[in-house]
Design a protein. Structure first.
Length: 94
């Protein structure tokens, strides 16, 4: 299964929203999923005009679940986006 395929896999139809970004059945993390699909066709815009996507996971226990891309917990591979904020404003010295 291609995670970026334009057509959803059959198992995604039965997926439930996991509020804690882990399998609602066995609590396995997204990294333990056997298959992943990202719904890139329907992004949702947040209050601050950022996009978020539905990320679908098929767990090793057989449960299908999904979460919003902005609900992912931080990790070494997924660090928070700080590009929109300046740590030190370059205009402060003027």
């Amino acid at each position: 299964m291609d995670a970026f395929a334009p057509v959803p896999p059959d198992w995604a139809e039965a997926a439930v929203h996991a509020w804690e970004f882990s399998c609602p059945t066995c609590r396995a993390t997204a990294g333990e999923a056997t298959e992943v699909w990202l719904n890139r066709r329907s992004p949702v815009f947040t209050e601050d005009y950022r996009r978020k996507w539905q990320m679908f996971y098929l767990c090793h226990c057989g449960a299908a679940w999904w979460g919003w891309s902005n609900e992912q917990p931080p990790s070494e591979l997924n660090k928070p986006d700080t590009s929109a904020t300046f740590q030190n404003d370059p205009l402060d010295d003027l």
